[in-house]
Each structure stands twice: as C-alpha cells, then as structure tokens.
Design a protein around this ligand. Structure first.
Ligand SMILES: *Cc1c(COP(=O)(O)O)cnc(C)c1O
Length: 239
C-alpha cells in the first residue's frame, strides 16, 4: 500500500482531473454546478480520511455493512453519506443512522421501510429528513439486476415518498444500461425528471453519471455525479 503522503497526492491529482472534467462539461450550462459524490465502496476508510482532508464532503457507498462501519469510524469529519446500492428493507434501520440520502429507492415496500425507520430515528436523534432519489431502470425489463423502478412506476413512488413523514423526495437516479448509449439513457432520464417535476416541483435532483459517462450526464442536466474509479483507482475485486 502507498504511503499516506503519496496516496494523498495521487488522490488530489485524480480529484482535480475529475473536477476539471466536470467544470468543462458544465461550462455554459445554466443553474448550479453539479455536485460530486465520490464513490468509495471497497476502498479503505483511510482513503476517505485523505479525501475529507482534500475537501470532499460527499461520499457514496453501496453496501450497508461496509458503509455503516466506515461512517462510525469517520464520525466527526462532517461527511455526508449517500447510499447508492440496492437496498434490502431489513437494512433500512441501519442505513438511516448514517445516511444523508438514498439514491436507490425503487419500490413501495422500501419507501415504507425507510419511513418507519426514519420515524424511530428522528424521535431518537432529531436527524433531518432523508433525501430520497427514485432509481429508474432504463433497461426496459431489466436483466442486469441493477435495480430500479420501471419508468411507469415513478409517479406513484414519488407520491408515496412525498406522503411519508421523514422522507424528502429529491428527484431521480439512474445508471446507464451496460452497452447502451449513455446519451440516449440520460436524455430519457431528463424527460422522466421533467414529468416528475410537473407534480413535484421541488424534486429537481438528477443523480446520473459515473467515471465513464459523467460528461454525457452533465449534458443532460445531472445535478449529482457519482464517481468512483476515476478518483480512487480500480476497485479491489468484489469479495
Ligand atoms: C460503483 C458505482 C458508481 C461509481 O462507478 P465508477 O465507474 O467507479 O465511477 C456509481 N453509481 C453506482 C450506483 C455505483 O454502484
């Protein structure tokens, strides 16, 4: 493993390159600059500590067990934890203890579980509402099992989130389908977001874009980018 000073310099360089790509892509775009969420899954807490020292405040994780351990270890750094992976209902109670947002809300039963968990958590800790992004499956019938609601189900899920105490509807999220043109996928997501805002005008967030396709996501109005490997390097293989 690299010495912390070397690793910090490496992360600083990669972070600067990603930030440069984002500002180049967003040049001339109206509205606020897209927010960068650095996806730290599979990378050690020590890397997140270095990132925090470099000014990163928003981090993304996709597994509750890993995320909750890191959040506990790094408490006090003022990080905002974004949960971006498929979420089982029985993990809702754990996730709401540390997560600022969940980007992968994709079914009614999960909305209900998060609402129930938030009711208890807000009573105990007074934490702010949980920001919820509806993950949309742009794959038409799925296949890859990456999760996500069918586009036709977004409106009902949005009403359910908006009607649940403790949850705040942020907007939509998607992963571009493997092998598909990210431009087409994110253009479709922008349309879904536009439809959603007709009934939920405050739900303006669009979480889209990863290392490979952040430029296309920004071009289609992404407000939140989830970038992992281009900041931290290749992830260690899944255990
Ligand atoms: C891992 C992951 C990312 C980051 O992907 P990179 O290609 O490493 O940038 C973004 N979004 C989700 C949902 C992920 O699971």
């Amino acid at each position: 493993m690299a010495e912390p000073a070397d690793r910090s310099a490496e992360l600083a360089g990669a972070l600067a390159r990603v930030r440069q790509r984002i500002s180049a892509a967003a040049a001339g775009r109206k509205g606020p600059a897209p927010e960068l969420i650095v996806v730290t899954k599979f990378h050690p807490a020590s890397d997140i500590r270095l990132l925090a020292a470099l000014g990163v405040q928003d981090v993304g994780e996709s597994r509750d067990q890993e995320a909750s351990a890191k959040a506990a270890e790094l408490e006090g750094l003022g990080l905002r934890w974004h949960f971006i992976g498929q979420l089982q209902k029985n993990k809702a109670k754990s996730v709401v203890r540390y997560a600022h947002s969940v980007h992968s809300v994709d079914r009614a039963s999960l909305v209900d579980a998060l609402g129930k968990a938030m009711a208890a958590e807000q009573q105990a800790s007074g934490r702010p509402d949980l920001a919820c992004f509806i993950q949309v499956d742009l794959q038409d019938g799925g296949g890859e099992g990456r999760g996500g609601a069918a586009p036709a189900d977004v409106a009902a899920l949005a009403d359910r989130i908006a009607g649940t105490r403790g949850l705040a509807l942020a907007g939509v999220m998607a992963v571009a389908p493997l092998g598909a043109d990210p431009d087409a996928a994110f253009s479709r997501l922008a349309g879904i977001s536009q439809d959603l805002r007709l009934s939920h005008p405050a739900a303006t967030a669009i979480s889209a874009g990863m290392s490979q396709d952040l430029e296309q996501a920004v071009a289609h109005g992404a407000t939140h980018l989830r970038v992992g490997s281009d900041v931290l390097g290749a992830r260690p293989p899944v255990r």
